[in-house]
Structures are given as structure tokens and as C-alpha cells.
Design a protein around this ligand. Structure first.
Ligand SMILES: Nc1ncnc2c1ncn2[C@@H]1O[C@H](COP(=O)(O)O)[C@@H](OP(=O)(O)O)[C@H]1O
Ligand SMILES: [Mg+2]
Length: 270
């Protein structure tokens, strides 16, 4: 298989002990692998499947090599519930925005690599919390990570811009947009949408109606490190490494928008 011939660039020596740098390196390697898959002439379903599979296999191989003692939860793998007893769990989405990946030259797809650690956090997120993460956007040539979090510039837009799913935008966002006098910006990939807030392409990302832990773990950890607001749509904390990995909704935004967004959702529902 082509995955065996793929040659990762060597991990930086610091990644042996620094989880932020390891996450960034992993996301970058999987992104390079995905660009390679995208150049092989496949289309549609075949391209989606090849991308999901190649990025998953590479991440599993590299995690086993560099962090052999840690558990892994991957969108493309079997959920081994031993992770519920583990102290460290990598939560990965090898290819988020699979649909957009299969529509070159779109760049709204990403590799998500996050680390959940037992005992981390203030207790509000359960037994632990996210401690390191990277969102790789290979088609942009960038990897956003918690080791050097993005610096969010002041908003360049007078009216707030709300990122929403391109294929499954929740119905309620239209009412919210009217209330905030906001524009909706349709985009693929949860990671690309969260990072669009950090990059001042948008000011908020709101989703409801379905998603899983791997869709938001890495982007949310990077967003928090960048000083952005993150929560469920009811304002409660996003909790990871749960028994049920369904995590259907979230809000990520500039801190100054959080109160208005949550208040509108509390009043009108999703
Ligand atoms: N209603 C829903 N139910 C389940 N998963 C959903 C969903 N809406 C979005 N997602 C998942 O969230 C990710 C971002 O979606 P979108 O691009 O529409 O914003 C996608 O991940 P994958 O591409 O990894 O499958 C998609 O599958
Ligand atoms: Mg996903």
C-alpha cells in the first residue's frame, strides 16, 4: 500500500517529551499524506475513503511509535473502551471535512489531533480535559496548535460573521443571524470553521444537530488556547473522553459575542 512508502519528516527531538509539538507534527504528517492521496487521480467516494483510511493508518502508526502507552479514539477506528480507564487518550479525526477534501481545490478540510488527560481541568469537564492539540490545514499550508496558539487579531468586520456547516447548517442559525445582524459563512469541516474564528475569517461558529468528540476536540483545545470562548449551545462545558462520544452541538466565538449568542439560544432553542 502507498501508506507504507510515505516518508514522514523526522519528528522534532522536543516532541519526545512535548505533547503540543507531537500533536503539531502528527497533524502535519497526516496532512502531507492527504495531499499525496489527493494527487493520485481518485474522485468522489474513492477519494474520500482513501483519504480517511490513509490518514488514520498513518496517525495510528505514528502514535504507536511515539506514545506507545497512550490510548487512542479515532473516527476511523474501533472504539476501545479501555480509554475510559486510561490516563492519556488521543482523540483524532484523521480527515475532518471529508466531503470538501474530495472537491479539490477546496481547502476547508483538516486533520485533528488532541490529547485528553485524566486530572486536567477544573473539574467542570469531568475526570479530565484536553491538554494539547493541533489542527492541520494542509491545503492552507498551516498547522494551528496549542504549543504556539494562534493570536486572534481584532475583528475586521463590523457585522459578526457566523461560520456554519456547508451541508448541514442548523435551522436556528438564521434566527440567530437576524438577531445579531450577522452574516452566515458556509464552510466544510468543524476544524476549519473553528480555526476561521481564530483567523478572523469569521467571528463565531455555531453548530447543533449532530457531531462526535473527534469533530471538535482538537479545534476546541486550540480555540481555548487562543483565548476564544467554547461551550455547548446551552452554555455547559464541552466534555471529552466520555462513554458516549456523541457531542452534537457547540459554540466557539470571540469572547465578547458569547453572552448574546447563548442568551438567544436559551430563549429560542435549537
Ligand atoms: N448532523 C450531524 N451528524 C453527525 N455528524 C455531523 C453532523 N453535522 C456535521 N457532522 C460532522 O462534523 C464534521 C463537520 O461537518 P460540516 O463540514 O458539515 O460542518 C464532519 O466530520 P467528517 O468530515 O469527519 O465526517 C461531519 O460528519
Ligand atoms: Mg469530522
Amino acid at each position: 500500500m502507498a501508506a507504507v512508502t510515505f516518508d514522514p519528516t523526522p519528528a522534532p527531538p522536543e516532541a519526545a517529551t512535548d505533547d503540543h509539538l507531537l500533536a503539531a507534527w502528527l497533524a502535519e504528517q497526516a496532512g502531507r499524506r492527504l495531499l499525496e492521496v489527493r494527487s493520485e487521480g481518485l474522485e468522489g467516494r474513492a477519494l474520500k475513503d482513501a483519504g480517511d483510511q490513509a490518514a488514520h493508518e498513518l496517525l495510528m502508526r505514528l502514535l504507536a511509535e511515539h506514545r506507545p502507552g497512550d490510548a487512542v479514539l479515532s473516527e476511523e477506528g474501533k472504539d476501545d473502551k479501555a480509554r475510559l480507564q486510561a490516563d492519556r487518550v488521543w482523540i483524532v479525526d484523521p480527515l475532518d471535512g471529508t466531503r470538501e477534501f474530495s472537491e479539490p481545490p477546496r481547502d476547508d478540510w483538516a486533520v485533528h489531533v488532541a490529547l485528553w488527560q485524566r486530572g486536567a481541568g477544573d473539574g467542570s469537564t469531568g475526570d479530565g480535559d484536553l491538554v494539547a492539540a493541533a489542527v492541520g490545514q494542509a491545503a492552507l499550508g498551516e498547522t494551528f496548535h496549542t504549543g504556539a496558539p494562534p493570536v486572534v487579531p481584532p475583528s475586521t468586520s463590523e457585522a459578526p460573521r457566523i461560520a456554519v456547516s456547508r451541508s448541514r447548517p442548523p435551522e436556528f442559525v438564521h434566527g440567530l443571524a437576524t438577531e445579531l445582524d450577522a452574516q452566515l459563512v458556509a464552510m466544510g469541516s468543524a476544524g476549519a470553521k473553528v480555526i476561521s474564528v481564530a483567523r478572523d475569517v469569521t467571528d463565531a461558529y455555531v453548530h447543533a444537530g449532530g457531531q462526535y468528540e473527534w469533530d471538535s476536540a482538537a479545534p476546541v483545545a486550540v480555540a481555548r488556547a487562543a483565548g476564544l470562548f467554547t461551550s455547548r449551545v446551552d452554555g455547559s462545558p464541552l466534555r471529552y473522553n466520555q462513554d458516549d462520544v456523541y457531542l452534537p452541538d457547540l459554540v466557539v466565538c470571540r469572547p465578547e459575542l458569547a453572552d448574546r449568542i447563548l442568551a438567544w439560544i436559551a430563549e429560542h432553542g435549537v
